[in-house]
Design a protein around this ligand. Sequence first.
Ligand code: HEM
Ligand SMILES: *[C@@H]1O[C@H](CO)[C@@H](O)[C@H](O)[C@H]1NC(C)=O
Ligand SMILES: *[C@@H]1O[C@H](CO)[C@@H](O)[C@H](O)[C@H]1NC(C)=O
Ligand SMILES: *[C@@H]1O[C@H](CO)[C@@H](O)[C@H](O)[C@H]1NC(C)=O
Ligand SMILES: *[C@@H]1O[C@H](CO)[C@@H](O)[C@H](O)[C@H]1NC(C)=O
Ligand SMILES: *[C@@H]1O[C@H](CO)[C@@H](O)[C@H](O)[C@H]1NC(C)=O
Ligand SMILES: *[C@@H]1O[C@H](CO)[C@@H](O)[C@H](O)[C@H]1NC(C)=O
Length: 327
Amino acid sequence: MKSGNNIIVVLAIVIWFMGLSSNAQLNATFYAGTCPNVTSIVNGVIQQALQTDARMGASLLRLHFHDCFVQGCDGSILLDDSASIESEKDAFPNANSTRGYDVVDNIKTALENSCPGVVSCADILAIAAEVSVSLAGGPSWDVLLGRRDSTTANRALANTSLPSPFESVSSIISKFTAQGLNITDVVTLSGAHTFGRAECRTFSPRLYDFNGTGNPDPTLDTSYLATLQQTCPQNGSDTTITNFDLTTADNFDNNYYSNLQNNKGLLFSDQELFSTTGSDTIAIVNSFSSSQSAFFQNFVQSMINMGNISPLTGTNGQIRLDCKKVN
Ligand code: HEM
Ligand SMILES: *[C@@H]1O[C@H](CO)[C@@H](O)[C@H](O)[C@H]1NC(C)=O
Ligand SMILES: *[C@@H]1O[C@H](CO)[C@@H](O)[C@H](O)[C@H]1NC(C)=O
Ligand SMILES: *[C@@H]1O[C@H](CO)[C@@H](O)[C@H](O)[C@H]1NC(C)=O
Ligand SMILES: *[C@@H]1O[C@H](CO)[C@@H](O)[C@H](O)[C@H]1NC(C)=O
Ligand SMILES: *[C@@H]1O[C@H](CO)[C@@H](O)[C@H](O)[C@H]1NC(C)=O
Ligand SMILES: *[C@@H]1O[C@H](CO)[C@@H](O)[C@H](O)[C@H]1NC(C)=O
């Protein structure tokens, strides 16, 4: 055999081996042999949590998003501060905001009782996101699994990678593009704001001092503006919460998009998807407003796309026994 051929054979073996050890694809049956009941166990814990906290599904969906955008879907957001970890929980987009960590811990405990040392914390977040959407009336899908957990967290990256509610649509699109997601994913995944709550501080400049004008955001529907001003009586650091969706607060549906068409988007980053002149996002908002099934179909695809952001697989990372700390 010529040496050129030898090199090709060696390269093929190396690439095949990398595929096995580190670049393995996620798949829907990853735990079929080792934890066949994983989805129903996660479902049971979430249903119980929802009985006392209707917001919890939204909070869990958001945790998966905030996990995936920071060094990939690797459970890094769940790590607490320690000698070697600067927790992402205290990063600006998460501090006093992300929630549901206790429910993740309850899920982990239930799974450790059934299938010890098997299911990663990163996969728990992916399954919990699907279960939460589905229980709220949204679509169901086969969650791709096989992620492993990081041994590191990155607070600085959480500060810079996660989108801010005050950012322009083009800047938000750039942050999604940097993760391998496109404009369709931006508009589709923003539809997650069909349920859950936001604190006044995340939108109050729209009510009192839009872009330093000293006036409200002129885009905002005037009666909605008046309602929001009652909920949030001041510009600034108020942590009072309000519903994202003013009609069906806890349902996963396509009302988010008709709210945008009616100038009743809550965050600046929501409304600008529809109100930015010339933006490619407008047509997508219109199509999801007129078809819930188009929204649901795209949501499933975009959640799979987001869930595929740089997972640790094969022998990389670890299966944490406690989601809050490295083994
Ligand atoms: C497009 C850029 C996005 C921005 C700027 C953004 C920003 C925000 C902000 C500021 C809040 C309120 C947090 C608080 O007040 O504590 C929030 C809540 C939420 N976000 Fe987003 N978000 C974005 C995309 C997404 C995506 C992609 C998802 C999931 C697929 C998502 C899911 C949620 C959910 C479900 C809530 C409510 C959480 C709860 O009630 O606990 N968001 N988001
Ligand atoms: C799923 O992925 C795992 C790990 O890569 C692999 O062992 C398993 O055979 C895969 N299952 C299917 C159905 O592809
Ligand atoms: C899965 O659930 C079934 C029925 O609820 C139970 O009989 C079985 O033991 C469970 N399997 C595991 C691995 O927990
Ligand atoms: C979170 O809330 C606490 C207590 O209200 C406050 O001391 C802290 O500064 C807040 N952190 C951030 C990042 O807003
Ligand atoms: C992240 O943002 C918070 C809040 O603005 C800030 O206190 C902290 O220094 C930042 N941390 C890093 C590591 O960038
Ligand atoms: C975004 O990617 C999806 C595949 O996930 C594709 O169907 C869609 O056309 C893309 N959208 C744009 C605007 O390129
Ligand atoms: C309103 O809050 C925003 C964001 O914190 C700040 O930039 C702006 O200066 C505030 N405006 C007034 C009039 O206090």
